[in-house]
Design a protein around this ligand. Structure first.
Ligand code: RIB
Length: 318
């Protein structure tokens, strides 16, 4: 029996958000709305999203000993996330400067601050208390790559590792091989593939990424849903008429739900959290991705990242 359903290793940021009519081009100044300060960061967002859905969740992270750190800890605690492995101090809390346009699209610049000081030693400290006490561990890349790699090395045998490599960079083979799944959008897919061929369709991207070594791949497509790819052996629910089991790979297209987007910030984090949680419950990859797409859709209908995340009841009602 596990103590947690999901453990997240990752960042925590104060999101400084300004609504704009148009996101500025290089050299341009635009006027925007009043400033809003929200709890964010891809790691904290994943942890809060999972907890709001009902998952027992813990976060391994680092915040500053400052008011932004307090904002993050309050949001995590009030959402039910275990913060015993959230260290404080060493640098200011990470900050994300975010502009959101009327279509709900955003541009983000992150100052990592304390996230950049989350060390492999912090992961080792969290190992017995948290990291090895969940069936699934997820991570992103707003923290040092060596900390993510160390967290993977510390996992108990059989633990499933889920990675959203955002912001993207080329990944070492050891890390790629641990991903089950690797979750990417189109931009992230292109960076992870490097100079390698990716193909023209999301299904081809997923196949190309799978060939790089991860155990499974999810390509997120925003309002268009997602594509999953995994080894055909043991892959559940592939539709043999439309999918690609022929080459030993099961590829599935997962639809999303049509919603009116208000703010897409953090929707990808909600998708990843929901997917990781459902995989830990034993769902197949396509089924978990289908549920996650609904969670992501719900998240874009409200402002902010953590503030926008739905409960399980709200997902059912969607
Ligand atoms: O994915 C959204 C998140 O990216 C924001 O909350 C911001 O903090 C940045 O980390």
């Amino acid at each position: 029996m596990f103590d947690y359903d999901l453990v997240v290793v990752g960042s925590a940021n104060a999101d400084l958000v300004i609504g704009v009519e148009r996101r500025p081009a290089a050299g341009e100044t635009v006027l925007g709305s009043d400033l809003a300060v929200h709890p964010g960061g891809k790691g904290a967002n994943q942890a809060v999203a999972a907890a709001r859905l009902g998952a027992r969740t813990a976060l391994v992270a680092r915040v500053g000993d400052d008011p932004h750190g307090g904002l993050l800890l309050d949001s995590l605690s009030s959402s039910g996330v275990d913060t015993a492995a959230v260290a404080a101090g060493g640098a200011p809390t990470g900050v994300a400067l975010i502009t959101v346009d009327p279509s709900g699209d955003n541009s983000i610049v992150v100052s990592p601050g304390a996230n950049g000081r989350l060390t492999p030693e912090d992961a080792r400290t969290a190992s017995e208390r948290v990291l090895r006490r969940a069936p699934v561990v997820s991570a992103q890349l707003e923290i040092p790559l060596e900390t993510v790699t160390e967290a993977v090395r510390l996992l108990a045998p059989g633990t499933r590792f889920v990675l959203n490599p955002s912001p993207p960079r080329e990944l070492p083979a050891e890390l790629l091989a641990a991903c089950d799944p690797l979750i990417v959008n189109e931009h992230e897919a292109r960076v992870i593939a490097g100079d390698g061929p990716l193909g023209d369709t999301p299904e081809e991207w997923a196949r190309a990424l799978l060939a790089l070594g991860p155990r499974s791949v999810v390509v997120t497509l925003g309002a268009e849903g997602a594509v999953t790819a995994e080894a055909a052996e043991g892959a559940a629910s592939a539709d043999p008429s439309a999918q690609g089991a022929a080459a030993g790979v099961a590829v599935n297209r997962v639809p999303s739900v049509k919603v009116e987007a208000v703010d897409t910030t953090g929707a990808g984090d909600a998708f990843t959290a929901a997917l990781a949680w459902r995989l830990g419950l034993g769902e197949s990859l396509p089924a978990a991705a289908g549920y996650a797409a609904r969670v992501g859709a719900a998240a874009v209908t409200r402002e902010g990242a953590q503030a926008s995340y739905p409960t399980a009841e709200e997902v059912e009602a969607l």
